[in-house]
Design a binder for this molecule. Structure first.
Ligand code: FAD
Length: 379
């Protein structure tokens, strides 16, 4: 499987999926038929994560093909991402605590053979080893497999979830602070306290079409416990009233200016901000760094084709730029850099996030109630 780093390819993938495979999505989405057969899911996450295409574009296209009722499951999945983002925005300490815990655990597990076997795909579990290789080779794993992987990591191999989440962020093309951290916390049983996800042999066999045999798992483990609780931090995501002709910074989560809510505004120049590994707490694999850089080059070319002045810069160069707005980078490595370097800026928030994030104060079941309202606002 291949993820080509261009908006044109992303749009092709979206169109193809909607035309040919969306109709069976809710029936088949849980099957992982292997990396050479991914037609039952969209594989759009590497593009959505980078804002190459966005949630509304995907949802609108699906609604042109089928009714809301027929599409409900797909739309819910697309908006899970928006929900996780909003949930983390209201509790940003979950991310900063995660990074602190990770730092301590890295030292503790540096020479741990169990850990080294896991990250090298040399455990006694054939399926797990294959998934480690798949993660590194394809930079993608099916959602169900991510759940099994995380569950095996935590409950069968007995490793800390924080280190597994790091491995994912190092390699996944769709690696995202919110979906990943909260996905791992959810499997461990600390996101919804006391409710964990336990992978089982029959479930893996069934949903991989019996591709794996003899899967010896700990199927009786108890959920992990965390003493930390994260009360909601009330935040408002308000845009400036008049957006003047200034410069604009875009980060790696919004690499398609043409589809943003600010596409009609005039900006003097657009700076596409890249962030090197030396500034990141979690060091990305070479392939992932390349993928991001190609997406940025593709964006630059598209803007140039429209005669919009633009440049790719390193995040450390922001301090040399004056008079700018920036599309909000969301909780994660880029925002951490801005905060730790005391770079105060005027953020521009997406309309979708402004609306949806106010419903992220409770669980997803509560958020789901607002989905029709969210959709109707943008249709
Ligand atoms: C432990 C764990 C870690 C994860 N880490 C990430 C991550 O770093 N980045 C990431 O984008 N997703 C993450 N996910 C969510 C999910 O696995 C991927 O979004 C999905 O597999 C992407 O494949 P797809 O595009 O074919 O999804 P589809 O099934 O086609 O869904 C369409 C879109 O909906 C969104 N989506 C679907 N399922 C979820 C979900 N459970 N949570 C959030 N969004 C979802 C994605 O944007 C996806 O592209 C994680 C899940 C788990 C269990």
């Amino acid at each position: 499987m291949e993820f080509e780093a261009s908006r044109a390819k992303a749009v092709d993938k979206l169109n193809y999926f909607v035309e040919n495979n969306l109709s069976e999505y809710s029936k088949l989405r849980n099957f992982d038929f292997g990396p050479n057969n991914r037609s039952n899911i969209s594989c759009l996450s590497p593009y959505i994560t980078h804002g190459v295409i966005n949630e509304l574009e995907v949802i609108n296209k699906s609604l042109k093909k089928f009714s809301f009722v027929k599409n409900e499951k797909f739309i819910q999945e697309v908006l899970w991402r928006t929900y996780w983002k909003g949930w983390l925005e209201l509790r940003p300490n979950v991310w900063s605590d995660y990074l602190k815990e990770l730092n301590n655990l890295r030292n503790e597990f540096k020479g741990n053979q169990n850990y080294l076997n896991a990250i090298e795909g040399k455990t006694e579990l054939e399926c797990f080893n294959q998934w480690v290789n798949e993660l590194k080779e394809n930079n993608y794993l099916h959602n169900h497999t991510r759940m099994w992987f995380a569950s095996i990591w935590i409950f069968t191999l007995g490793l800390p979830w924080q280190l597994g989440a790091e491995l994912f962020l190092q390699h996944l093309y769709d690696g995202d602070a919110a979906s990943n951290t909260l996905g791992w916390r959810w499997v461990a049983g600390i996101q919804t306290q006391g409710k964990h996800y336990l992978a089982s042999e029959w479930n893996i066999k069934k949903f991989t079409n019996n591709r794996f045999q003899n899967i010896k798992l700990n199927e009786n483990a108890l959920p992990k416990v965390s003493e930390k609780s994260y009360p909601l931090i009330k935040r408002e995501f308000i845009n400036p009233q008049n957006i003047e002709d200034e410069n604009l910074l875009i980060f790696e989560n919004n690499i398609s200016f043409e589809i943003t809510d600010f596409k009609e505004n005039k900006f003097e120049k657009i700076y596409i901000v890249s962030n090197k590994n030396e500034n990141r707490s979690i060091k990305l694999s070479e392939k992932l760094v390349k993928f991001k850089s190609l997406l940025m080059e593709d964006q630059k070319q598209r803007l140039k084709d429209k005669s919009i002045d633009c440049e790719v810069i390193d995040i450390s160069e922001i301090k040399n730029i004056e008079n700018y707005y920036s599309l909000y980078p969301t909780v994660g490595e880029n925002l951490d850099y801005l905060n730790s370097n005391n770079l105060k800026m005027n953020f521009l928030y997406r309309d979708l996030d402004q609306l949806a994030w106010q419903y992220c104060n409770k669980g997803f079941f509560n958020f789901k109630i607002y989905i029709p309202k969210i959709i109707s606002k943008f249709n």
